[in-house]
Design a protein around this ligand. Structure first.
Ligand code: ZN
Length: 334
Protein backbone atom coordinates (compact mmCIF):
# COMPACT_ATOMS: atom_id res chain seq x y z
CA UNK A 1 0.00 0.00 0.00
CA UNK A 2 1.45 3.43 -0.87
CA UNK A 3 2.71 5.64 1.92
CA UNK A 4 1.58 9.23 2.13
CA UNK A 5 0.24 12.06 4.25
CA UNK A 6 -3.44 11.51 3.61
CA UNK A 7 -5.59 9.60 6.10
CA UNK A 8 -5.81 6.81 3.54
CA UNK A 9 -3.11 4.28 2.72
CA UNK A 10 -0.12 3.84 4.99
CA UNK A 11 1.53 6.70 6.89
CA UNK A 12 4.67 8.26 5.44
CA UNK A 13 7.97 8.52 7.23
CA UNK A 14 9.25 12.11 7.47
CA UNK A 15 11.86 12.58 4.70
CA UNK A 16 14.44 14.00 7.15
CA UNK A 17 14.27 11.00 9.49
CA UNK A 18 16.51 8.47 7.74
CA UNK A 19 19.23 10.94 6.58
CA UNK A 20 19.49 12.36 10.12
CA UNK A 21 19.46 8.84 11.56
CA UNK A 22 22.37 7.81 9.33
CA UNK A 23 24.43 10.85 10.42
CA UNK A 24 23.67 10.27 14.13
CA UNK A 25 24.49 6.54 13.85
CA UNK A 26 27.83 7.40 12.22
CA UNK A 27 28.68 9.90 14.98
CA UNK A 28 27.62 7.41 17.66
CA UNK A 29 29.78 4.73 16.01
CA UNK A 30 32.79 7.07 16.01
CA UNK A 31 32.14 7.88 19.69
CA UNK A 32 32.08 4.15 20.59
CA UNK A 33 35.29 3.54 18.63
CA UNK A 34 37.02 6.52 20.25
CA UNK A 35 36.04 5.33 23.72
CA UNK A 36 37.41 1.83 23.04
CA UNK A 37 40.55 3.28 21.46
CA UNK A 38 41.22 5.66 24.35
CA UNK A 39 40.91 2.87 26.89
CA UNK A 40 43.13 0.53 24.86
CA UNK A 41 45.79 3.23 24.52
CA UNK A 42 45.71 3.87 28.25
CA UNK A 43 45.97 0.18 29.06
CA UNK A 44 48.97 -0.53 26.82
CA UNK A 45 50.80 2.82 27.01
CA UNK A 46 53.59 3.48 29.51
CA UNK A 47 52.28 5.48 32.51
CA UNK A 48 53.16 9.17 32.43
CA UNK A 49 55.57 10.04 35.28
CA UNK A 50 56.39 13.40 36.82
CA UNK A 51 59.84 14.90 37.60
CA UNK A 52 60.23 12.63 40.65
CA UNK A 53 59.47 9.53 38.64
CA UNK A 54 56.05 9.08 40.27
CA UNK A 55 53.06 8.20 38.05
CA UNK A 56 50.98 11.30 37.43
CA UNK A 57 47.62 11.01 39.10
CA UNK A 58 44.29 12.31 37.86
CA UNK A 59 42.69 12.43 34.47
CA UNK A 60 42.48 8.67 33.94
CA UNK A 61 40.30 7.86 30.97
CA UNK A 62 39.19 4.66 32.68
CA UNK A 63 37.38 6.71 35.31
CA UNK A 64 36.01 9.35 32.94
CA UNK A 65 32.21 9.12 33.15
CA UNK A 66 31.81 9.84 29.42
CA UNK A 67 34.11 7.00 28.40
CA UNK A 68 32.51 4.63 30.91
CA UNK A 69 28.99 5.48 29.74
CA UNK A 70 29.98 4.88 26.12
CA UNK A 71 31.76 1.60 26.93
CA UNK A 72 28.82 0.27 28.90
CA UNK A 73 26.12 1.76 26.64
CA UNK A 74 24.77 -1.64 25.51
CA UNK A 75 24.28 -2.77 29.12
CA UNK A 76 23.02 0.60 30.39
CA UNK A 77 20.43 0.83 27.60
CA UNK A 78 19.34 -2.77 28.09
CA UNK A 79 18.99 -2.28 31.86
CA UNK A 80 17.20 1.07 31.48
CA UNK A 81 14.64 -0.43 29.12
CA UNK A 82 14.19 -3.44 31.37
CA UNK A 83 13.62 -1.24 34.43
CA UNK A 84 11.15 0.96 32.56
CA UNK A 85 9.15 -2.05 31.37
CA UNK A 86 9.24 -3.58 34.87
CA UNK A 87 7.81 -0.37 36.36
CA UNK A 88 4.84 -0.60 33.99
CA UNK A 89 4.38 -4.32 34.65
CA UNK A 90 4.19 -3.84 38.41
CA UNK A 91 2.62 -0.38 38.74
CA UNK A 92 0.64 0.21 35.55
CA UNK A 93 -2.97 -0.75 34.87
CA UNK A 94 -2.75 -3.08 31.91
CA UNK A 95 -5.37 -2.30 29.29
CA UNK A 96 -7.56 -5.33 28.61
CA UNK A 97 -11.13 -6.09 27.53
CA UNK A 98 -12.14 -5.39 31.14
CA UNK A 99 -9.72 -2.60 32.15
CA UNK A 100 -9.88 0.54 30.01
CA UNK A 101 -11.55 -1.51 27.22
CA UNK A 102 -11.85 1.54 24.95
CA UNK A 103 -8.10 2.18 25.10
CA UNK A 104 -7.42 -1.52 24.62
CA UNK A 105 -9.57 -1.59 21.49
CA UNK A 106 -7.89 1.54 20.12
CA UNK A 107 -4.44 -0.04 20.54
CA UNK A 108 -5.58 -3.22 18.76
CA UNK A 109 -7.11 -1.16 15.96
CA UNK A 110 -4.01 1.02 15.53
CA UNK A 111 -1.73 -2.04 15.35
CA UNK A 112 -4.01 -3.60 12.73
CA UNK A 113 -4.15 -0.30 10.84
CA UNK A 114 -0.37 -0.26 10.51
CA UNK A 115 -0.17 -3.95 9.53
CA UNK A 116 1.61 -5.03 12.71
CA UNK A 117 1.57 -8.78 13.33
CA UNK A 118 1.19 -8.29 17.09
CA UNK A 119 -0.42 -5.50 19.06
CA UNK A 120 1.79 -3.97 21.76
CA UNK A 121 0.95 -4.19 25.44
CA UNK A 122 -0.69 -1.05 26.76
CA UNK A 123 -0.73 0.45 30.24
CA UNK A 124 -2.41 3.34 32.00
CA UNK A 125 -0.43 5.12 34.70
CA UNK A 126 -1.36 7.95 37.04
CA UNK A 127 -1.07 11.26 35.22
CA UNK A 128 -1.62 13.63 38.17
CA UNK A 129 -2.87 16.23 35.74
CA UNK A 130 -0.21 15.71 33.11
CA UNK A 131 -1.12 14.91 29.53
CA UNK A 132 1.38 12.46 28.11
CA UNK A 133 1.90 9.07 26.52
CA UNK A 134 4.95 7.19 25.36
CA UNK A 135 6.07 3.99 23.70
CA UNK A 136 9.02 1.78 24.51
CA UNK A 137 10.17 -1.83 24.47
CA UNK A 138 12.38 -4.43 26.06
CA UNK A 139 13.55 -7.58 24.35
CA UNK A 140 10.88 -8.54 21.87
CA UNK A 141 8.13 -6.87 23.89
CA UNK A 142 6.70 -3.53 22.86
CA UNK A 143 4.35 -1.38 24.91
CA UNK A 144 2.59 1.95 25.01
CA UNK A 145 1.78 3.92 28.16
CA UNK A 146 -1.03 6.44 28.40
CA UNK A 147 -1.42 8.85 31.31
CA UNK A 148 -4.72 8.50 33.14
CA UNK A 149 -5.72 12.12 32.50
CA UNK A 150 -6.58 11.20 28.93
CA UNK A 151 -9.47 9.17 30.36
CA UNK A 152 -12.65 10.30 32.06
CA UNK A 153 -14.01 9.08 35.36
CA UNK A 154 -15.39 5.65 34.51
CA UNK A 155 -12.45 4.78 32.28
CA UNK A 156 -13.93 6.19 29.10
CA UNK A 157 -11.84 8.32 26.83
CA UNK A 158 -12.08 12.02 27.69
CA UNK A 159 -11.75 12.90 23.97
CA UNK A 160 -12.21 9.62 22.04
CA UNK A 161 -10.89 10.94 18.71
CA UNK A 162 -7.96 12.69 20.37
CA UNK A 163 -7.09 9.52 22.28
CA UNK A 164 -7.26 7.50 19.05
CA UNK A 165 -4.85 9.99 17.47
CA UNK A 166 -2.48 9.83 20.45
CA UNK A 167 -2.57 6.02 20.60
CA UNK A 168 -2.00 5.95 16.82
CA UNK A 169 1.00 8.25 17.37
CA UNK A 170 2.50 5.97 20.05
CA UNK A 171 1.80 2.70 18.24
CA UNK A 172 3.25 4.49 15.20
CA UNK A 173 6.56 4.97 17.04
CA UNK A 174 6.65 1.17 17.43
CA UNK A 175 5.55 0.47 13.83
CA UNK A 176 8.24 2.84 12.53
CA UNK A 177 10.94 1.06 14.54
CA UNK A 178 11.72 4.02 16.82
CA UNK A 179 11.79 1.93 20.01
CA UNK A 180 14.04 -0.86 18.73
CA UNK A 181 16.99 -1.60 21.02
CA UNK A 182 19.51 -1.56 18.17
CA UNK A 183 18.20 1.71 16.83
CA UNK A 184 18.36 3.33 20.26
CA UNK A 185 21.89 1.97 20.73
CA UNK A 186 22.81 3.51 17.38
CA UNK A 187 21.32 6.84 18.48
CA UNK A 188 22.90 6.74 21.93
CA UNK A 189 24.70 10.09 21.68
CA UNK A 190 21.71 11.90 20.11
CA UNK A 191 20.77 13.65 23.41
CA UNK A 192 24.31 15.12 23.55
CA UNK A 193 24.25 16.47 19.99
CA UNK A 194 22.71 19.95 20.05
CA UNK A 195 20.27 20.63 17.20
CA UNK A 196 21.31 17.49 15.28
CA UNK A 197 20.04 15.07 17.93
CA UNK A 198 16.86 17.03 18.63
CA UNK A 199 16.18 17.33 14.90
CA UNK A 200 16.29 13.55 14.50
CA UNK A 201 13.85 13.14 17.39
CA UNK A 202 11.65 15.85 15.87
CA UNK A 203 11.57 14.09 12.50
CA UNK A 204 10.54 10.91 14.32
CA UNK A 205 7.73 12.82 16.02
CA UNK A 206 6.43 14.02 12.65
CA UNK A 207 6.54 10.39 11.45
CA UNK A 208 4.57 9.32 14.53
CA UNK A 209 2.09 12.17 13.95
CA UNK A 210 1.61 10.86 10.41
CA UNK A 211 0.67 7.51 11.97
CA UNK A 212 -1.70 9.20 14.42
CA UNK A 213 -3.28 11.12 11.54
CA UNK A 214 -3.73 7.93 9.52
CA UNK A 215 -5.23 6.19 12.51
CA UNK A 216 -7.78 8.93 13.38
CA UNK A 217 -7.30 12.15 11.47
CA UNK A 218 -10.34 13.71 13.12
CA UNK A 219 -8.56 13.44 16.45
CA UNK A 220 -5.59 15.60 15.46
CA UNK A 221 -7.16 18.99 16.36
CA UNK A 222 -8.42 17.70 19.72
CA UNK A 223 -5.09 16.08 20.58
CA UNK A 224 -3.16 19.25 19.76
CA UNK A 225 -5.64 21.44 21.63
CA UNK A 226 -5.30 19.20 24.69
CA UNK A 227 -1.50 19.41 24.49
CA UNK A 228 -1.78 23.19 24.18
CA UNK A 229 -4.27 24.02 26.92
CA UNK A 230 -4.94 20.85 28.90
CA UNK A 231 -7.88 18.52 29.23
CA UNK A 232 -10.36 21.08 30.59
CA UNK A 233 -9.63 24.14 28.47
CA UNK A 234 -8.88 22.40 25.17
CA UNK A 235 -12.26 23.51 23.86
CA UNK A 236 -11.03 27.12 24.12
CA UNK A 237 -8.30 26.43 21.55
CA UNK A 238 -8.97 27.35 17.94
CA UNK A 239 -6.92 24.77 16.10
CA UNK A 240 -6.81 26.76 12.85
CA UNK A 241 -6.21 30.05 14.61
CA UNK A 242 -3.21 28.58 16.41
CA UNK A 243 -1.91 26.75 13.33
CA UNK A 244 -2.04 30.01 11.35
CA UNK A 245 0.49 31.55 13.74
CA UNK A 246 3.14 29.09 12.52
CA UNK A 247 3.50 31.31 9.45
CA UNK A 248 3.31 34.67 11.21
CA UNK A 249 5.46 34.11 14.33
CA UNK A 250 8.92 34.59 12.88
CA UNK A 251 12.44 35.38 14.06
CA UNK A 252 15.75 33.79 14.93
CA UNK A 253 14.71 32.78 18.42
CA UNK A 254 11.62 31.03 17.06
CA UNK A 255 13.84 29.01 14.73
CA UNK A 256 16.27 28.27 17.56
CA UNK A 257 13.59 27.11 19.99
CA UNK A 258 12.22 24.79 17.32
CA UNK A 259 15.68 23.51 16.34
CA UNK A 260 16.44 22.58 19.94
CA UNK A 261 13.04 20.98 20.60
CA UNK A 262 12.56 17.23 20.69
CA UNK A 263 8.98 17.71 19.47
CA UNK A 264 7.96 20.14 16.74
CA UNK A 265 6.77 23.38 18.34
CA UNK A 266 3.01 23.22 18.72
CA UNK A 267 2.08 25.84 16.09
CA UNK A 268 4.25 24.14 13.45
CA UNK A 269 2.95 20.73 14.49
CA UNK A 270 -0.62 21.93 14.10
CA UNK A 271 0.23 23.46 10.72
CA UNK A 272 1.72 20.12 9.60
CA UNK A 273 -1.39 18.26 10.72
CA UNK A 274 -3.59 20.69 8.80
CA UNK A 275 -1.54 21.08 5.62
CA UNK A 276 -1.20 17.50 4.41
CA UNK A 277 0.29 18.49 1.07
CA UNK A 278 3.86 18.36 2.39
CA UNK A 279 5.85 16.95 5.33
CA UNK A 280 6.04 18.95 8.55
CA UNK A 281 8.46 21.92 8.60
CA UNK A 282 11.75 20.93 10.20
CA UNK A 283 13.95 24.04 10.40
CA UNK A 284 12.13 26.96 8.74
CA UNK A 285 8.70 28.26 9.60
CA UNK A 286 6.03 27.25 7.09
CA UNK A 287 4.79 29.67 4.47
CA UNK A 288 1.17 30.26 3.60
CA UNK A 289 0.07 28.75 0.29
CA UNK A 290 -0.70 32.23 -1.07
CA UNK A 291 2.63 34.13 -0.84
CA UNK A 292 2.38 37.69 0.46
CA UNK A 293 -0.94 37.22 2.16
CA UNK A 294 -1.58 37.15 5.88
CA UNK A 295 -3.47 34.01 6.79
CA UNK A 296 -7.02 34.84 7.81
CA UNK A 297 -8.06 33.73 11.29
CA UNK A 298 -9.33 30.20 11.05
CA UNK A 299 -7.19 29.13 8.15
CA UNK A 300 -7.70 29.01 4.42
CA UNK A 301 -11.13 27.97 3.20
CA UNK A 302 -11.13 24.62 1.49
CA UNK A 303 -11.84 24.76 -2.23
CA UNK A 304 -13.98 21.67 -2.08
CA UNK A 305 -16.07 23.22 0.68
CA UNK A 306 -16.16 26.94 -0.09
CA UNK A 307 -18.70 27.87 2.56
CA UNK A 308 -18.39 25.51 5.50
CA UNK A 309 -21.21 25.68 8.00
CA UNK A 310 -19.99 26.68 11.43
CA UNK A 311 -20.79 24.19 14.13
CA UNK A 312 -20.85 26.99 16.63
CA UNK A 313 -21.25 30.51 15.21
CA UNK A 314 -19.90 32.03 18.44
CA UNK A 315 -16.66 30.10 18.08
CA UNK A 316 -15.08 31.02 14.74
CA UNK A 317 -11.83 29.32 15.70
CA UNK A 318 -13.47 25.95 15.41
CA UNK A 319 -15.03 26.33 11.99
CA UNK A 320 -14.68 23.22 9.87
CA UNK A 321 -11.72 23.75 7.57
CA UNK A 322 -9.84 21.86 4.94
CA UNK A 323 -7.34 19.49 6.50
CA UNK A 324 -6.14 17.91 3.31
CA UNK A 325 -4.86 19.88 0.36
CA UNK A 326 -3.68 16.97 -1.77
CA UNK A 327 -5.56 16.26 -5.00
CA UNK A 328 -8.43 13.88 -4.61
CA UNK A 329 -8.31 13.76 -0.83
CA UNK A 330 -10.44 16.05 1.23
CA UNK A 331 -11.83 16.12 4.67
CA UNK A 332 -12.58 18.60 7.42
CA UNK A 333 -11.58 18.98 11.01
CA UNK A 334 -15.18 18.90 12.20
ZN1 ZN B 1 6.01 10.84 20.03
Amino acid sequence: MPRGLSPFGMPARHPWEIPLLVVVIMITGVAYLLAILLVLVELVAEPVVDAQGQPESGGSLLTSPYVLVLLFAPVLLWAGRGLNFARMRINGVRMSPTQFPEGYRLVQEAAARFGMSKAPDAYVILGNGQINAFASGHGFRRFVVVYSDLFEIGGKAREPDALAFIIGHEVGHIAAGHVSYWRQLGMFVAPYLPILGSSLIRAQEYTADNHGFCNRHLGAPGAMATLAAGKYLNTEVGFDEMADRAATEKGGFVLLVNAMSSHPVLTWRMWALRDRSKPGPMFWHPSPPHPGTIPPPGGYPCKQHPQPTPRNPADPGRLPRCLVRGPGTSTTSA
